[in-house]
Design a protein around this ligand. Structure first.
Ligand code: COI
Length: 324
């Protein structure tokens, strides 16, 4: 199997001459880090604009011990996926501009400069193309692309960092949950909360994620797939699971209370990493509620419709995919 070789090109761009596929057992992909060939890096100072982005070999980065991100969690992340087209020609990235816009909203909340939408999308495309041998064959998974934005400059007192780093890396992934495509089992716990009014729950800051680990570990020890969190004010409206959003089959968009779960036909989780995962059961205060996960479930139809668009099997009538 071949090794990726950089072959010059314009500054900041790498053209690869490689075997089509990396040496990976594509049938055994899960959601684990597999180091790929290249990452994209772009820096800027506070009150300045990002420029001079370029691809580097994938590897460790050097950070000051007093970097803003390490001391005060001044950081955001994104997640998006690239698929190999079924006909074998080219790759599809799913809605990268939306991730770019979300990072811009988050960077305002976290007092960080952010790349423009064009810079973000360019960086994602470059990262995907430079790592294209890691994009799984159609039907086996996708290349998960992880953009990061962080305060990389040193800071001691609490203040925005003096320098910022935008970094994009990628890894081939299969199904997120160990259950694969099988329905998952959630547990509601009301001892800790995902988001609070006025907090950062509405943006994708890195610090929103580690606080769920304790509840997640405890749930996994009891055999559940994931935790479903309630709102912090009324302690009764569904918020989200640790790694994904939640839908219950009802046609309107509104606050959904725990009581609504008792008469729902169907429940499913969605997310970039998770895609669409049918929920088999939700346990709340020791009571287990079961849902339809059969062949007729809406979640199964949604999963197929979405992944068919992402892989180029179905026509993309909404202009969601970007072809490279
Ligand atoms: C994603 O779906 O991309 C996320 O950000 C969730 C993460 C925990 C994998």
């Amino acid at each position: 199997k071949g090794v990726a070789r950089a072959k010059g090109g314009r500054q900041g761009e790498v053209y690869l001459s490689v075997d089509e596929y990396a040496d990976v057992d594509w049938d055994k992909l899960g959601f684990r880090l597999m180091e790929t060939d290249y990452m994209y890096i772009m820096k800027c100072c506070q009150d300045d604009e990002f420029s001079h982005g370029h691809l580097n070999r994938y590897g460790n980065i050097e950070l000051s011990p007093s970097a803003g991100v390490l001391n005060y969690a001044q950081g955001l992340f994104e997640g998006l996926k690239a698929y190999r087209k079924v006909n074998g020609n080219g790759f599809l990235i799913f809605r990268p501009e939306e991730n770019a816009r979300r990072m811009q909203i988050g960077s305002d909340r976290m007092c960080m400069p952010s790349p423009s939408v064009e810079q973000f999308v360019h960086a994602v495309k470059q990262t995907v193309l430079a790592n294209k041998r890691w994009i799984p064959p159609p039907g086996k998974g996708s290349l998960y692309v992880r953009p990061l934005l962080m305060g990389s400059g040193p800071i001691l007192g609490l203040a925005p960092a003096s320098e910022y780093t935008f970094l994009v890396y990628a890894a081939p992934v299969g199904n997120y949950f160990k259950e694969g495509l099988a329905p998952i089992n959630l547990v509601i716990q009301d001892e800790s909360y995902r988001a609070t009014p006025g907090g950062t729950g509405a943006v994708k800051t890195i610090a929103n994620y580690s606080p769920v680990l304790k509840a997640q570990m405890q749930a996994k020890k009891k055999g559940f797939t994931d935790v479903l969190f309630l709102d912090a004010v009324d302690n009764k409206y569904l918020e989200e699971a640790s790694s994904c959003n939640i839908f219950i089959r009802k046609v309107d968009e509104r606050l959904v209370s725990v009581e609504d779960l008792t008469d729902a036909d169907e429940v499913f989780c969605t997310g970039t990493a998770v895609v669409v995962a049918p929920v088999n059961s939700i346990t709340y205060k020791g009571q287990r509620y079961k849902y339809n996960c059969g062949e007729d479930a809406v979640s199964r139809k949604l999963y197929k419709s979405l992944t068919d668009i992402q892989m180029g099997i179905a026509e993309d009538k909404k202009g969601w995919t970007v072809e490279i």
